[in-house]
Write a protein that binds this ligand. Sequence first.
Ligand SMILES: [Zn+2]
Length: 1008
Amino acid sequence: MNRPRRSKLVLLAIFCSFFTPVVWADGETQPGRDPKQPVDESYTAKMKKYTTEPFFTSPLVNYLPASKNVPTPEAVLGDVAGAPGILPYAEDVYKYMRMLEKTSPRVKVFSIGKTEEGREMIAVAISSEENLKKLDENRAKLGKLADPRTLKMNDAEADRVVTQAIPVYYITGTIHSPETGAPTALMELAYRLSVDESTYVREIRDGIITLITPVVEVDGRDRMVDLYKWHLAHPKEFYPPLVYWGKYVAHDNNRDAMGVTLKLTENVLNTYVQWNAQVLHDLHESVPYLYDNTIGDGPYNAWIDPILADEWQMIGARNVADMTKFGMPGVFAHGDFDTWSPGYLMFIAALHNGISRLYETFGNGGADTLERTLEPEEYARTWYKQNPPLAKVMWSQRDNNNYEETGLLVSLHYFNENKRMFLKNFYVKAKRSMEKPGTEGPAAYVLPSDEVRPTLQAELLRVIEKQHVELSRITSPVTVALPVKKEKKTNKTEEKKDAKKDEKPEPTSKTFPAGSYVIRMDQPYSRVADALLDHQYWSPEDPQKTPYDDTGWTFGELYGVQVTRVTDTKILQSPMERVSELPASGGVKGEGAIFAIENHAEPALAALRYRLKGADMQAAEESFEAGGKKFAAGTILVKGVERAQLDGATKDLGLQAIAMSAAPSVKSHPLRAARILLLHSWLGTQTEGWWRLALDKLQVPYDYASTQTIASTRDLREKYDVILFPPVGWGGSLNNIVNGLPTEWGNPLPWQNTPETPNLVGQNDATVDIRPGLGWDGVAKVQKFVNDGGVLLTVMDTSQFAAGIGITIGVSSSNAEKMKIAGSVVGTRVVDGASPIAYGYGEKVPAYCDNGPVFSLSSIAGSRRRRKLGPEMGERPTGRGTKDDPDFAVGRQGMEAPDEPEMEIWQNPNVTDEQRYNNSRVIPPAMRARVVLRYADAKELLISGLVEGGGEIAQHPAVVDAPFGKGHVVMFSINPVWRGETQGTYSLVLNTVMNFDSLNAGRKNDEK
Ligand SMILES: [Zn+2]
């Protein structure tokens, strides 16, 4: 509709709004202060002073209303929010929020839990006095919309609640610690929401509850403030990057919404769900000036309700429109963030029937005012960025706070104006989640009670429980129909016939034993369980060529447990009971002083080994029978322990021990509580952080030290049995691991606790200077450690490092050229089940791979085997006869060529007689690499996610045991320990640890 008069009026209204707020007939309140309410003049003047351009503010934040009782952020900060040089600790932010609570009846502060290092997390509720008085009553109303079963799915009832309930808009700040602006912006926002009497803000306050967690990563925030203070005290020096954020991980703290392994995720998730909030809006800082990536880019997560995708569009577009009207440049939506992975904190809302939102604003990594020059792609105008950021500007923390607060205020206001629609959507999304079995399906996911890995099954079920999903168990066996797979059309009819010959007919039904776990999809939070347990497919043809994060995550596969996606709705009518607590199934059975524990690659076995340090534990190297029961190789035999003690430990851990009167006669070797060093580089600590978290959860003890300490350790082997060297991540090349950062200029970059920096170290590591690397003396020490019988376990880039320093005889490592495996679940196969590293695994092991290095084997020193390319090799040459006839030479007898053994790509290449003749370069068979796991064939490589050009890595070794001197280097191309999501492959690491001095068990050397 063309309404020129109206739009002129709007413009006029904006310019005049500083003095006269206008209320339009259609309810669209114009932003601007209440002329009757006095302004805090000195605060307002300072805000203006710190704002570097007049267009970096808006009519919503270019003034601060004055209040007689309620203190402004200046009371704690000593200056205004966003002032240069000021970054408050979390404690100061809380202090201010609690001052607000004390002085205003419109603010309430709630403690929502602690971090790993024991710091408090809070949520601040701001709304009208009346709304805050009936919080519980309102929560109950929202709870009805959140769980339509309470309304008997009655839409008319829901409509009635929708008109009465006050929605909750939850804002979370500073999950990423170097992104520093949010806490002060949120302090000031809380002040504005509680005191501003303008119509615009009053509508927000009366209409909705704003819930704020000003600091999500509290441990990291305090470290960041330390660093910034260090920088202020040493203005001319470089200051260290934030090496540690939280105790375990850095940037990845925003990838934990699936596995919920970090406290911050758990606390925000519980808060979100307990408040029955409609929105979760997470604040970040890495893009100029405000990127509302709520809409983002495709592909969208396939499990969200399309209603949510529409809500993203509505809110995002309106957000950009309002701020563009204020004349603020560089506000846009869309961009290159894809909304596929549900691992982001905001996605807690997306998969719990709410609305996920995320801002990227612009920041200087501290509170300095800096001249910032953008990259051309940042300031270029695009279809979705019609008013792009400027190429070069002075930028201040105040500018950041202006953008952040303006964006939030227009969002809150728009949300309030449309709250009935959003509340109804909240209900409809919950209802549609419950209707899932009858619509898109499935009906349920079932985890059978005869699972051979009950402890891993329990771990997976605990994740589902943490996501507030209800679990049930069937009380008697249930048979369900399985979906019939449609045959794919193919032109290669012959191939199809061939394939059909060996195929068994697909089963058409499946029976689950009594006690099997059922995750029903007719419950309000079915969506999150579905997203975690389903398979993912990212097409190589997808227009999105740069996936933002992992493309596959199927939890059942990565936990190594059976999960069946059941579409037959009959399962829902079967008798079942709700599970309130997962039953413990461990303990000792039978009589006798020798105990056998079956090995199914459960990480709990390692926990048991370390818990019962004094016990004699042996690993059976072969299968055996005892008491009429068959035990597989890898079974653990325990003696020298009190039955009661073992019973207690196994009950705790969920493991079953079987007592026997006599030790079975089977070849065995000791299973050790090896002394572990977890080695890290100061280049990056995040990826190894997931390893620390996994070991800590299992209570497997380890020393933690940096590459810098290796050179000065007198004798590594004397102190340690195993060195775990997890991936370094960004910058983890051989060069950087050894040489570190340049030390030829600049100053040392300390990571130490000092009076200036009391929080830096926390429970992690310290150094006087993070720059030096392992050094060449350190390389020699690592080499000596392995040579003396130690085991070095390397993963991805550290495998490249081990190959680079020459301690992986016969194994070379290179990067794939064109392959794209972007954080996917891939198939691997056990090649050598007799290797202790493979104990407990079946033939197929699903694993996490992120463009892992390609390992190649050689039996001759200095050469490297490559796959033979092209079909012509080995075929007959041009000559007489038919294709299958032997060739002939005229004038002599023919001679049959000796058979060349066919070697697979994961096998050590055959050494020919010619190669053996007087050849000192042949690697002795006992020193050749032993492949434990290989990647699956190309067509079976993809389980979940994106695999493009997988032929480069297909069939190549995925886990190799390379002997060196008296020790071993165990190299991983997959990453077995990742984001708490890959518990099924943890035992590849733990087996290596416990069998460190018996890795050659079951080894068969090549004949020649
Ligand atoms: Zn961020």
